[in-house]
Design a protein around this ligand. Sequence first.
Ligand code: GDP
Length: 439
Amino acid sequence: MFENLSSKLDKAFKTLKGQGRISDINVAATVKEIRKALVDADVNYKVAKTVTDKIRDEALGKEVLISVQPGQLLVKIVHEELTKLMGETKQDINIKGDPAIILIAGLQGSGKTTFSGKLANYLKKTGRNVLLVACDIYRPAAIDQLKVLGEQVGVEVYAEPENKNAVQIAKNAIQHAKNTNKKIVIVDTAGRLAIDEQMMREIAEVKKAIAPTETLFVVDSMTGQDAVNTAKTFNERLNFDGVVLTKLDGDSRGGAALSIRSVVEKPIKFISTGEKMEAIDLFYPDRMASRILGMGDVISLVEKAQQAFDEDEARRINQQIRKNQFNFDDFISQLEQIKKMGNIKDLVSMIPGVSKMMKDVEIDDDAFKPIEAIIRSMTKKERANPDMIDGSRRRRIAAGSGTSIQQVNNLMKQFGDMRKMMRSMSQMGSGKDALRKMK
Ligand code: GDP
């Protein structure tokens, strides 16, 4: 996410020379570099200027302590200003009401339908009864797409494929929600490739008719300044409550994330970072600023892990390790859980300092494919008892998984090392007991 911007800012900080105080002279060039980095990332020019002026004013005259470099001090100031620019604090969506109604608007292709599915999944996990509504009267494929997503996340989808009146469908859907005791209704509307009057009129009518508790505008972050302009137009007509930025997993430059809030004066509430139903996050301005500055985002990483990891399974695996019986079944179960957490490269880049190192490294779910193929080519017995996998078994596994013996040997070696490490860690954990026995 935003690797280009991160590395340019990093370079800018390094240009800040001098000791003692940050002065007019030494800060000017750095601030200019920061502004250039922001503009290159497609941040609105006015926004970039205002924010860098603030950064300069904040930085001027600041004492530089012996223990910090002037560049580090500036990173802190930039972090604060970027956080403010993106809205300071997380803003929740309003899901009060019986049912609460969430209207989803945006251009075609922005990721509206995908997001509707994700939001339904997210809210369902918090224990709420959700209904998805397909209100696209132009593209039958959109209805099918929502139905597939609904099925995937286990949420009912309301649709009337023959009805060409979006307002009517939305109203009927809400009645249906009341009849079936749904607490949240998510209405996915039609989008066009560009803003047109008919579309705007239609969605404004839907909004008026169903009086949503929350209207979310979905926009593709890869479109940069266009995203900001589209947001402005939608806001003038719809007066939406919040923005959803999608496709932040791609090489989006950051302009939309940084400028939308101050140009449109509406908060970003969610971000979407992939096509999987789990790739949805609340938007925390301070965490985003940390990620932009390559400081990592350990908090989000931990939260993702908490969501994806199954507690009971974690306990079981812990037992396996303690008993020194960690096997390939456990290994593959761990891999599955890691994959559920989303795009691997994005996850790794949340670790402080790592995003810079990872800039040119390509890793994705495919990286696990040979490992999975090898493990799946083992018999049940072999998976449970890795020690029995001898030379001839390795040859058979390599042939069965379409990999080489070398790859199988590598995996066996790594797995062996991992077990050794796990064993010594679990022994360290029981060190107290060992000491007690010695006394
Ligand atoms: P809609 O026309 O606005 O409903 O857009 P869709 O939900 O159909 O999404 C358009 C395309 O973008 C689809 O291929 C989605 O899989 C993809 N997409 C949606 N959200 C994301 C995201 O956060 N990241 C990536 N990489 N792709 C996304």
